[in-house]
Design a protein around this ligand. Structure first.
Ligand code: SAM
Ligand code: SF4
Length: 352
């Protein structure tokens, strides 16, 4: 059709306008329709896909390295402590062993006993029995303990030392008055003298010796290089003081650790000051928060993702596979912080 004839006919012109409007409406509504349908499809598929992903993740999560805080009781009063005496419960020995067996059957290779203070309950006999059971019966490649060291006796090493791979003693300062200020002491006894005594027992009874330090406002300017080099631990774990709601922060907490917390920059400065120490393993808040599989006194995994410790159901009631889904464990961060290392004393090639 000629353009001139089109403009000559008002009817045709009107028809053309109607058609154009119809086309515009149609294309607008079709876009709207498709965008709605598409986004609905995406949102209905995406959770399903991520659910599948999560399920898959859950299925592959293995409790390779577990920290069992079987008691919350302690004889020290460290002001920053993030695992406080909220209960005095400890499982019966047989139940604790049953849980450890379940963990072994689910792939556990390393168990670390912690607390509270693990050497207090039954004067260290409960702990000794578990150490022996994990090494001799469960044949775990690595059995370790974290302790403040204050109540360990030489007899304990004589009885259980063979079955223990690593003993970590916490020490935040080599200045006795700083330990007093922190609360890492009992009745004025020297924490540092005790540390040296335990170090020599570790040597004598062939247990790998480790040190843990929490860097906080009271010790952040200290230079511990010489002391650490002299003690020569296999690892020196250096933690940035961490806040956990309900433990050392917030209304219901038994500790108020805000005054101990230091910035990332001050933590980095501490690390730089100690860069000549080869065994130093740093753990910032970010690295620490979700990279530990923590079991509490009821054998419930504790999920720290929300900045507090949310418990799962007990592995004794629902099994490891179901409980571990609620652990909040970040396996990648665990690997990134060097969570997997040579952890059997037999493989460490130590000069005793
Ligand atoms: C809760 S304690 C239990 C074992 C033992 N009572 C001890 O102090 O070694 C386990 C480890 O957590 C560390 N720790 C406690 N509170 C902390 C916090 N707020 N931030 C970082 N590490 C902390 C301790 O220094 C210790 O090395
Ligand atoms: S960090 Fe201190 S208060 Fe907390 S459990 Fe260990 S020794 Fe006890």
């Amino acid at each position: 059709m000629q353009l001139s004839s089109l403009f000559a006919s008002p009817v045709l012109l009107l028809q053309l306008c109607i058609d154009s409007l119809r086309f515009m409406f149609a294309s607008f509504f079709s876009k709207l329709y498709y965008s709605t349908v598409y986004s609905e499809t995406i949102s209905s598929v995406a959770p399903a896909a991520s659910k599948v992903h999560q399920e898959k993740d859950r299925n592959v999560m293995t409790p390779t390295s577990v920290n069992y805080h079987f008691t919350r009781k302690c004889n020290y009063k460290c002001g920053f402590c993030f695992h406080t005496a909220k209960t005095s419960f400890v499982l019966p020995l047989d139940e604790a062993k049953r849980g450890l067996k379940l963990l072994k059957e689910s792939g556990m290779e390393k168990i670390n006993f912690s607390g509270g203070e693990p050497f207090l309950h039954d004067r260290g006999e409960f702990l000794g029995e578990l150490v022996q059971y994990c090494k001799q019966d469960l044949q775990l490649p690595s059995v370790s303990i974290v302790s403040n060291g204050s109540t360990i006796k030489e007899e304990w090493f004589q009885k259980y030392g063979d079955d223990l791979d690593i003993l970590a003693i916490s020490c935040d300062s080599f200045d006795e008055s700083t330990n007093q200020l922190i609360g890492r002491t009992q009745g004025g006894k020297s924490h540092i003298d005790n540390l040296h005594k335990i170090r020599s027992w570790c040597q004598q009874y062939k247990v790998a010796f480790k040190i843990n330090s929490v860097i906080n406002t009271f010790n952040m300017y200290e230079d511990m290089t010489e002391n650490i080099l002299q003690l020569n631990p296999v690892r020196w774990k250096v933690f940035q003081c961490l806040l956990i709601d309900g433990e050392n922060a917030g209304e219901k907490a038994l500790r108020e650790a805000e005054r101990f917390v230091i910035s990332e920059q001050l933590f980095q400065e501490f690390l730089e000051r100690h860069s000549s120490v080869p065994c130093l393993v740093p753990e910032s808040n970010e690295k620490m928060r979700n990279s530990y599989l923590i079991l509490d006194e009821y054998m419930r995994f504790l999920d720290c993702r929300e900045g507090r410790k949310d418990p799962s159901k007990s592995i004794l009631d629902v099994g490891v596979k179901k409980a571990i889904c609620f652990s909040g464990f970040d396996e990648n961060m665990f690997l990134k912080r060097g969570g997997k290392y040579v952890w059997s004393k037999a493989d460490m090639k130590l000069e005793w």
